[in-house]
Design a binder for this molecule. Sequence first.
Ligand code: PGA
Length: 251
Amino acid sequence: MRKAFIAGNWKMNTNCAGAEGLASGLAEKLKGIETVDIAVCPPSVYLQSVAKALSSSNIALGAQDVYFEGSGAYTGEISCEMLKDVCCTYVIIGHSERRHKIGETDELINKKLSAAISSGLLPIFCVGELLEQREAGETETVVAGQVKKGLAGLNADKVLAVTVAYEPVWAIGTGVNATSQQAQEVHAMIRQLLADMYDESVAQQIRIQYGGSAKPANTAELMACEDVDGLLGGGASLKVNDFAAMIKTVA
Ligand code: PGA
């Protein structure tokens, strides 16, 4: 069975002291939990400080983005090896804010996924439709397109490193989460697509997180869905008590 995986995306929030405090607060509250994989993804400038605060805890470290080139003249970018050097296990790739606010394309996301996996990082690969796409009945086409283009050229061995995060863009940061039925529908569609692209065994092993206004109050209902294997929280992950409550609901 798939082990639950709950990750926190801190986005462009916190400062150094706040990031360390959040990390050590979580490490203390979540001590001993082994039934859920837990990760936090702080801003890249705080990765090292957070890594220290999490050392010998059960909380893994993730980054919010990575570049696909190994090294060189790529001003402002961060490589997979650099992330590993500061103890990252996971990296979020293709978050909707990077797709829609920064302009990342499926092709760029595909290169990042491929580079991350080759380096041994475990990507959290985000997909999700805009409100107008949902209203136009295009959810399945949009999400399936993102999955296919993002995973293009990755064989079954490689894709097993990936966690997919379904994050409907209209639910992110709005307080309005997808209902468990809406989430389950898309998660089941993604899993079927993975079975078609790879095989049933691969599809059954890949974890699919839900993200978009996930919080303590909706954790149990979302996690009860057959194909929801975890959560990627934004706002709720910035509060020790809320993020810990989400994890304890599942543990
Ligand atoms: P949210 O963000 O929980 O604040 O809606 C989720 C995300 O963007 O990963």
